[in-house]
Design a protein around this ligand. Sequence first.
Ligand code: ZN
Length: 509
Amino acid sequence: MNYLSLYFLVKTGLYYTDYIGFHWLANLLLALWAFWPLQRGLRLRRLLIWPLALALLWHDSLLPGPARVWQQLSAISGFSADYLLELLRRAFNPVALLGLAALVLVYHLLSRWLRFSTLALAGILSVPLLASLGSSAAVHAPADTAAGVAGGQEGELQAFYSAERQRKLVFPTTGAPPPFDLIVLHVCSLSWDDLDYVNQRNAPLLKRFDLVFSHFNSAASYSGPAALRVLRGNCGQTAHSKLYKATDPNCYTFPALAKAGFQTSGLLNHSGAYDDFAKTVETEAGLSGRMESNRAGKVQMQSFDGSPIYDDFGLLSTWWTQRQARGPEPVALYYNTITLHDGNRLPGTASRSSLDTYKPRLLKLLGDFDRFVTELEASGRPVVLVLIPEHGASLRGDKVQIPGMREIPDPKITLVPAAIKLIGMKTGAAAAPVVVTQDMGYFGINTLLADLLRDNPFTPGGRPLAKRLEHLQSTPFVAENDDVVMLGGKSGGYTMKSTDGTWLDFGKP
Ligand SMILES: [Zn+2]
């Protein structure tokens, strides 16, 4: 029996439920070849039709193209065998398999009475037909039919880039040394959605901050590009590909902080060997030879590639003790932690699933930060503490991606809990943080830092934070990974540019 009709019907169904895209012309041609009553070439068709059908399914899916997969193979080869096995187990979806088995059974029983090939053709043709009727042209926009709509989104994206290109920030120099220390906590794998997933949106640590950003977009779904973006926060947001090219030297946050009078340094709670992360930080933050050693730290777990991950509180606390001994020159620290990264292994924990161990790891990290804040407060020094997660862990997964997969920069992955705390205020801390709900990016946070540098918040009578928020700079939602772009719409929905340049509806997260 020929299951090709079922193949086309299932795909049409997946398309209408936003699980995949649909290149209707290619599908129509394949269907015509599959169903045409051929006199000759039957063997060729039998041989090629399924490989072509599977290739077309991949092309229609929102998954990365072969080039990207090939490129990722080298990254995956660094994973431990344990982690690979866990990923495979996660990809196995018994409900979907059972559903497919049920569909095959129904199809088998009904195919005696129904001409499924006619239904399949009708399904394929319904895609351009509905789109041209305009009923849902803006929503379901396959490349073959809705060039106009795609043009709209492409135009919006280009307008975004050209507006962002105009944004440049210079930290002020007042002649005097900066009035506070700056600590940037760059946290891998923590999004608002991850917090929701483990019921920690209202974690006590977040309550201790003065400002919490509910719509900060990290714009990246992987550590490397996230680090490039945070370390170039003095300019507007660029396309993903531009991150790997030289840029205006004034865009680099940490060299700019050094110019403004800070002693800059960097500290990682991991080796930084994977994906050359440490090298990226050294180059981008201008910290060559100035990274703090973490070797004396206590090992708290193993990374997904088997390397040690050091205890966060221990590292931060030791650094702070050493920093205080150093003297009054203000310091700016870039701290990076991968404690929450997918695939980490906790010693003494029975479960090998990093999805099970996320919550205990999160509670430990938040607790560590909490203790660190207490220690900073006890020192009496003025410190501006900035929490910026790199990207989420994708704990929940989405329609297209299994939990832990981050190829598509879903807003559930890139909307992360950024927050700022002014430590050492004489006036006493506010009872609850101010929640900033507007769309934020790195540039907005750095603009706020510039404002704090210009006008010392720690002097009595300094402008209150609420006043400073009046001129906060927003960044519309654009998140990227390789050539996938996610664009936020005004209605709260998102559209996605897939690897082949097609714009598709991604729905509301
Ligand atoms: Zn990361």
